[in-house]
Each structure stands twice: as C-alpha cells, then as structure tokens.
Design a binder for this molecule. Structure first.
Ligand code: IPM
Ligand code: MN
Length: 365
C-alpha cells in the first residue's frame, strides 16, 4: 500500500519547514519500509496574487482522494485580509468536516519549558474545529456609520459538541490517559455553556474508567501556568482552543515545537504545525522546522504508523539534546544556532538507516 500525501507548503516560512518535514518523513518512511508518495500543491498567496485562485471546489474534491494532507503555513502581508488563507485553511477544515483539532503538548526537553521545575508534560488540547465563533455566521449592519453593529455568532450544535467530547474520551482511552477536562465559560455564557455541560456529563457517564472534570476557561489558563502537569486531555470549543493552544505551545518550547492535526476519524485529515507563516523570517533559513517535522510524524501515526512517529520524535529529542536547534531555541539551550535546512538534514540523517528507498513523488520542490 502506498500512502499518498498532498503537500501544501503555503506562505512565508511554510515552504522551508515543509521541505525539512518531508525530508525527515521520507527518511523515516524509507527506514521503516512505508511507501509514501508526495504530491506538492502551490496554494497560497503567490498563486492567489498571480491567478486569483485560492482553493477551487474541484481541488478540494481532489484533496479528498489522498491519504492525508500536510499544510505548512498560510498568511502573507500582501493579502492583509487573509482571504486566501481563510479560503484554504477553513476550506479544508470545514470542507472536509475535520472536527477534531488535536494539539499535543509534550515537553521533549525540560530545558524548553519557561516554567520553573517542570520536568515532564504530556497532555493534549482537543479543540472543536468546525463551529463556535469560527462558523462565519453574523454580519455588519450600517457599516461605516456611527451606528455600525458587528455580530459574530457562536454556533454550538448538539452533534458538534457531542462528537468532540466523545472524541476526547475515546482519545483518552486509546492512549492510556485517565482523565478528560472539559473547559468552557458556562458561568457567563449561559446557552452555549448549558449545552456543553449537559453533553459533557452525559457522555462522561459512558466512560466510567476515565475521570471527567471541568474548569472554566479562565481558570484553566491560570492552571496551565500554575501546574500544567495535572492535565491529560483537555477538550474545549474552537475559540478557547485556539487561545490555549498558543499557551500550550509556549510551555513546550514555543510555536516552533507545536504540531497539530485536523482530524475526522476515518476520513482524509489535514496536518499543520500550530505556528503561522512568520513572514519576517521567511527565506532566511532561521525558522524552526521541528513543529512541522513532528506534525509529519503525527500524520503518519494517524495513518497507522506509530513507529514512524516514534522514530521522528526520537530524532527531535536527540537533536535537542545535541544542541542542534534553530535560533529560537539556541539561546534557551545556550548553543549556537543551526539553520532550518541543517536541522532538517540532521534529523533526516538521524532517522535514516538501512533499507531501500520506496519514496516517489511528483511536482516541484
Ligand atoms: C491556528 C491559527 C488559525 C486559527 C488562524 C491562522 C486563522 O491561529 O490554527 O491556531 O485561528 O485557527
Ligand atoms: Mn491559533
């Protein structure tokens, strides 16, 4: 069986970190005897500015034929309204109904955590990914006048809330976590909070082996700084999940270390680092490719190859230990910085061992 991956490097640092990630992926797949075929797609700001094309509906259909999609990053100062990024990113998330945004927080080297005395972190933020404030419902009334009104609706459906909560309990069970913490703002947001509360405790009753507990989102943010070790699985809505996943990223060494997956079990899913396109660092060979590299590992794990993830994560751990890091981490570790390409090549070399190449591909890069 050949895994077919659609690769969208995107904008800014996206292409650099994606090249490194795919290099490491190819090395790991080769070593472990997994057939991987990469098709590269040039969706992003350049294509949008050149051709006026973001992600046409027929292209979304084509993406559905892959085993998985890998996305580097989107966002470009030449497109201030982020029109192309919204079309492509939300086009894929919503268009493929990828309702679970999975954002693990694993501390791969204790020196990377900015908090004192934290040696180990292993939890996951599960962010509802298809509704809430991101549903795009609302509008502007009397635009540009002194009476202007902007409304952004927070959509919470029973089905949408239930499936992400159920995903959280299944995730906990499958990975040996013993607790799920649901976080909302039900003390202030009565209607959405009511639906999340009722759904959470109803679903929780079906999983007596998993401890269910709750924190308001503001208290959760505080606890993530006070004692992040207490968390295992956190489940929350789209907006809160967005915010706390940047906090989670920093706990594990910054956005350069945070991978994520946009998942609908059983369907083609999309994997992207949590970080954005960081335009000011683009093309300088300074971006940290580790988030993208770990994201490629997550993709392989979700495709049924956990050994590929383990090989990739072990390479990242070894690189951190050896001080093979880009400048965002070099200062923290007290070493001199390596370039994006050089870190990628080192990681690929680390995972590469005996075994013939079974990796093929088309397109540029
Ligand atoms: C993320 C990003 C996106 C989001 C932006 C780029 C729209 O911040 O994936 O966390 O808000 O979902
Ligand atoms: Mn975000």
């Amino acid at each position: 069986m050949t895994l077919r991956i659609a690769v969208i490097p995107g904008d800014g640092i996206g292409p650099e970190v994606t090249r490194a990630a795919m290099q490491v992926l190819e090395a790991a797949a080769e070593r472990l005897g997994v057939d991987v075929h990469l098709d590269w797609y040039d969706y992003g700001a350049d294509k949008y500015l050149r051709e006026g094309v973001t992600l046409p509906p027929e292209d979304l259909e084509r993406l559905k034929t892959y085993s998985a999609i890998f996305l580097g990053a989107l966002g470009d100062p030449r497109v201030p309204d982020m029109k192309h990024a919204a079309d492509i990113l939300f086009g894929i998330r919503f268009g493929l109904d990828l309702y679970a945004n999975v954002r693990p927080v694993r501390l791969l080297d204790p020196r990377l955590c900015p908090l004192k005395g934290v040696e180990r972190l292993d939890f996951v933020i599960l962010r509802e990914n298809t509704e809430g404030l991101y549903a795009g419902m609302g509008g502007i009334f009397k635009k540009g006048t002194p009476d202007e009104v902007a409304i952004q609706e927070d959509i919470n459906t029973r089905k949408g809330v239930e499936r992400i909560i159920r995903y959280a309990f299944e995730y906990a069970r499958a990975r040996g976590y013993r607790s799920v913490c649901m976080s909302d703002k039900s003390n202030a947001l009565r209607y959405s909070g009511d639906l999340w509360q009722r759904t959470f405790w109803t679903v929780a009753a079906e999983y007596p082996d998993i401890q269910a507990w709750h924190l308001y989102i503001d208290a959760l943010a505080m606890q993530m700084v006070k004692r992040p070790q207490q968390f295992e699985v956190i489940v929350t809505n789209n907006m809160f999940g967005d915010i706390i996943s940047d906090l989670g990223a920093q706990l594990q060494g910054g956005l350069g270390m945070a991978p994520s997956g946009n998942i609908h079990p059983g369907r083609v899913s999309m994997f992207e680092p949590v970080h954005g396109s960081a335009p000011k660092y683009a093309g300088q060979n300074v971006a940290n490719p580790m988030a993208a590299v770990l994201t490629a590992g997550m993709m392989m794990e979700s495709l049924g190859f956990p050994e590929v993830y383990r090989a990739i994560e072990a390479a990242v751990v070894a690189a951190l230990r050896a001080g093979v890091v880009t400048r965002d981490l070099a200062e923290v570790l007290g070493v001199s910085p390596w370039g994006t390409r050089e870190v990628g090549a080192w990681l690929a070399e680390h995972v590469r061992q005996v075994g013939g190449s079974r990796v093929s591909g088309t397109g540029s890069q």
